[in-house]
Design a protein around this ligand. Structure first.
Ligand SMILES: Nc1ncnc2c1ncn2[C@@H]1O[C@H](COP(=O)(O)OP(=O)(O)OP(=O)(O)O)[C@@H](O)[C@H]1O
Length: 409
């Protein structure tokens, strides 16, 4: 039996808020709300996202608001009308919910948002990931703390069981909402929940699976550590491209090479999530056979003993930004004020107008993806291709960011 209040006070020992609490009205998040209110260690503000997918969702959000009012906690309901009937509903609703909550946290100056994930969520997630043939990372337990969208997501109840939380609520006479989507078999999570009950007699309990997930998280951290160490030794940054000695890359253990390549692609594109496993495997096989390839907006090439991971021109061909704002999410350009100036890729025409481009040491393909200043069709400056004209360009990330990505994923 876990001592529930201690989970909260220990988790938030160093975070004094103000904190957000995400409450759907289900037992886990309502227990979280009561426990955090009792703890009293930080000013709180509560949020409910109304996905407008069920008729009852509005009244349920109002019910949470009423509970918050009785606890003296400010409450906001955020509504989501974004479902267009396409894709995976649960995943789309989830992504929208996190984006709404991050914006809400920023708006109210909250240092983080607490979520009610429990040991049962960890176990169910692991079961669902098995179906996707996940590896170490996919099977690793969700972290108790994670920065996402500029906000810290806190999961202080990962060591608690759903049953314990319900017993706690019952003991204090509190009620919760049973989300109908939890019992109609619509979502895989519901099926995983049922499967867990069936697995219990074999000894595969939620606790057992949560322990496996914890071992996987430990292994993931270790692999990330060694991948970061190899990246520190092997990877160099050249005008936004990542370079590695191809022979040394080929000698890496496959899992480490995969991590470095995956993080390298994210380092270039700024994407929050890595490429899909089978796509990465295809690219790794192409590299091993001496060919390059493209993936997720990046171009990987081999020349002599150099393996180069670069931006793909097609991915930035239509990317534009105003001077003073980041271009392609990773370049800052500064220079004299010019009306109608626009940041765009240098492209083939721009490169032809910069005879000094060869001095960069970059291949033509990479030079074309460099940021340039344009006024209509007139090239004003290409600070990284030998035509500065009073402008400077600065990359918003460096090699240490790549190492940090390897350590955190
Ligand atoms: N509609 C909602 N409004 C506010 N908070 C929510 C809402 N839905 C979920 N949450 C928060 O997220 C926690 C986990 O919810 P849920 O089990 O549905 O998982 P999830 O956030 O979709 O993530 P995952 O799918 O990875 O488990 C809840 O305990 C609650 O804190």
């Amino acid at each position: 039996m876990t001592v529930l209040p201690a989970l909260i006070s220990q988790h938030f020992q160093t975070d004094r808020g103000p904190l957000g609490v995400a409450v759907s009205g289900g037992s886990d998040s309502l227990a979280l709300l009561h426990l955090m209110a009792d703890w009293g260690g930080a000013p709180l503000r509560c949020v409910t996202v109304d996905h407008r997918l069920r008729a009852a969702s509005g009244p349920e959000a109002a019910q949470v608001a009423a509970i918050c009012a009785s606890l003296g906690i400010a409450h906001d309901t955020l509504t989501w009308d974004g479902w267009d009937g396409r894709g995976n509903l649960a995943a789309t609703a989830r992504a929208a919910r996190y984006a709404l909550m991050a914006a809400w946290a920023h708006e109210h100056g909250l240092s983080g948002v607490a979520l009610g994930h429990t040991r049962d969520d960890v176990a169910e997630t692991l079961l669902m990931r098995l179906a996707r043939r996940a590896g170490v990372d996919g099977l690793a337990a969700m972290p108790a703390r994670r920065r996402e969208g500029g906000v810290t997501l806190h999961r202080p109840l990962l060591a608690a069981g759903r049953g314990e939380l319900r017993a706690y609520l019952e003991a204090r006479g509190a009620t919760w909402i049973d989300d109908p989507s939890n019992s109609d078999g619509r979502y895989r999570r519901t099926l995983a929940r049922r499967a867990l009950t069936a697995l219990e007699p074999v000894g595969i309990s939620a606790q057992a699976l949560a322990d496996v997930a914890a071992h996987m998280a430990e292994a993931r951290g270790t692999l990330g550590h060694y991948a970061a160490q190899e990246a520190r030794a092997l990877v160099a940054v050249q005008h936004g491209d990542l370079l590695m000695p191809a022979d040394a890359f080929a000698r890496l253990r496959p899992d480490i090479a995969r991590r470095i390549l995956s993080a390298g692609l994210r380092w270039i594109t700024g994407a929050g999530y890595g490429a899909r496993g089978p796509d990465l495997d295809r690219l790794l096989a192409a590299i091993a056979s001496g060919r390059g390839g493209t993936l997720g907006g990046c171009h990987v090439s081999l020349s002599g003993n150099t393996l180069r991971v670069a931006r793909e021109f097609a991915a930035v061909r239509h990317c534009t930004a105003a001077p003073g704002t980041p271009w392609d999410g990773r370049w800052d350009l500064n220079g004299p004020h010019l009306p109608d100036a626009e940041l765009r890729a240098l492209g083939a025409e721009g490169r032809a107008a910069c005879p000094a481009w060869r001095e960069t040491g970059l291949p033509a393909q990479s030079v074309q993806t460099l940021p340039a200043v344009w006024q209509g069709d007139t090239l004003i400056a290409a600070p990284l291709a030998g035509d500065a004209n009073g402008w400077t360009a600065r990359l918003r990330r460096d090699a240490t960011d790549l190492q940090a990505m390897l350590l955190s994923h």
